[in-house]
Design a protein around this ligand. Structure first.
Ligand code: NAD
Ligand SMILES: O=C(O)C(=O)C[C@@H](O)[C@H](O)[C@H](O)COP(=O)(O)O
Ligand code: ZN
Length: 359
């Protein structure tokens, strides 16, 4: 098992390894057993596949209550948020209670937001179950979506711990593996060329061994943790973690939340940002995306005007100007304001390139 401390204002540990859940629940048993109530918030799919396993290692007590929420982006709705708050109130939760977020990034973002606002904040532990959640479970961004923009309502609220048992990843469908690997390669692009080259050499995610995957997740977590430690509240360098996201979030909102996975949208956003950066690996990244099955062709199905209206509401936008994370080179991100004309030209060229490459 690997352990990493995130030195945020309130430091916490990220534990990662295969089959580590039981030992770690034991490690946090004092915090959990001291709570007057414990809510396990799990999405439907994860509950069906893995809740029995979690239950087997959790204390068997009436204090533990289970709240099953819809799978995917539907979890990040105001309705699910209010449903969870009502559940906590009805079940007698108090300021001495704890929440366990059991699922992928959608569950973690929702449960974190619930925890950060219930009675002005109670502790929560992230128990992530997706590859993508190596990113979402660390760093303390919580959120729900608004029809006008992704993650528009949320807080910065760090978890008390992250218990990442990679055993759960075995049941992920291929689409979700692909989605998660987009955030892994994002972390590589903003940090390390040699690691990036290793990832670009993968042409079939099915061939990724468990140990190899765990190594990539650990590297991604280390990159994220270092940036969060430097800039927890995103006044500066934390924006670099948003590489590819200005367009990605616009695609997710414009196509309807959940129609395309977050990671698939991020992959398209990365291609766009690489083009704008005139990055030497732009074409290589498109080839990699083609081999590994990212749906780049979805981009041309959404008119630029629609994307632009969402991008103008991006959290990095100021005074109506589009601000993108770009790369001088791998590992050297910077912020750049891009004019509407240039943004539209880049969209048109990217769509044409994707068309020519038949992806
Ligand atoms: N807070 C952050 O810093 C941050 C970072 C990145 C992404 N995000 C957010 O995270 C969300 C995406 O996270 P995600 O990709 O984990 O999505 P998700 O939570 O929607 O999970 C994806 C799908 O996989 C299923 N699933 C989860 N674990 C499974 C398992 N072990 N086996 C089989 N199926 C499983 C889920 O039920 C869901 O249908 C987005 O909303 C994104 O905005 C947040
Ligand atoms: O942790 C961060 O900071 C990130 O930007 C990580 C992103 O991968 C993630 O999708 C995040 O939720 C985006 O945040 P937002 O502030 O742009 O909504
Ligand atoms: Zn993301």
């Amino acid at each position: 098992m690997k352990n990493l401390t995130v030195e945020a204002a309130r430091p916490y540990q990220v534990h990662i390894g295969s089959g580590v859940l039981a030992a770690l629940l034991d490690e946090y048993s004092e915090m959990i057993s001291k709570a007057d109530r414990i809510a396990v918030i799990a999405d439907e799919t994860v509950a069906t596949l893995h809740l029995d396993h979690l239950k087997a290692h959790l204390m068997n007590s009436d204090k533990v209550k289970f709240k099953v929420i819809p799978s995917g982006e539907q979890a990040k709705s105001i309705e699910t948020y209010m449903d969870c708050q009502s559940f906590l109130l009805e079940q007698g939760f108090s300021r001495k209670s704890v929440i366990l977020a059991f699922g992928g990034g959608a569950t973690g973002d929702l449960a974190g937001f619930v925890a950060s606002t219930f009675m002005r904040g109670i502790p929560f532990i992230q128990i992530p179950t997706t590859i993508l959640a190596h990113d979402s479970a660390v760093g303390g961004k919580t959120a729900i979506n608004h029809e006008l923009g992704k993650n528009m309502i949320g807080t910065f609220y760090q978890p008390a711990a992250v218990i990442y048992d990679t055993h759960f990843l075995a049941t992920l469908p291929e689409k979700e593996v692909r989605s998660g690997m987009a955030e892994v390669i994002k972390h590589a692009f903003i940090s390390n060329e040699a690691w990036l080259d290793e990832l670009l050499a993968i042409n079939d995610f099915n061939k990724l061994g468990e140990e190899e995957l765990a190594l990539h997740l650990e590297r991604g977590i280390a990159v994220k943790a270092a940036i969060v430690e430097e800039d927890e509240y995103e006044t500066g360098v934390r924006k670099y973690l948003n590489f590819g996201h200005t367009l990605a979030h616009a695609i997710e909102a414009a196509s309807g939340y959940g129609k395309i996975t977050h990671g698939e949208a991020v992959a398209i956003g990365l291609a766009y940002a690489l083009y704008l950066s005139e990055h030497k690996k732009f074409h290589q990244f498109l080839e990699w995306g083609k081999a590994t099955g990212y749906p780049f062709d979805l981009l041309e199905k959404i008119p630029f005007e629609k994307l632009q209206s969402y991008m103008k509401k991006d959290k990095k936008t100021a005074d109506g100007l589009l601000n993108f994370v770009l790369l001088h080179e791998t590992g050297k991100p910077y912020m750049e304001t891009v004019g509407t004309g240039q943004a539209e030209d880049a969209y048109t060229t990217l769509c044409a390139t994707i068309g020519e490459m038949h992806i």
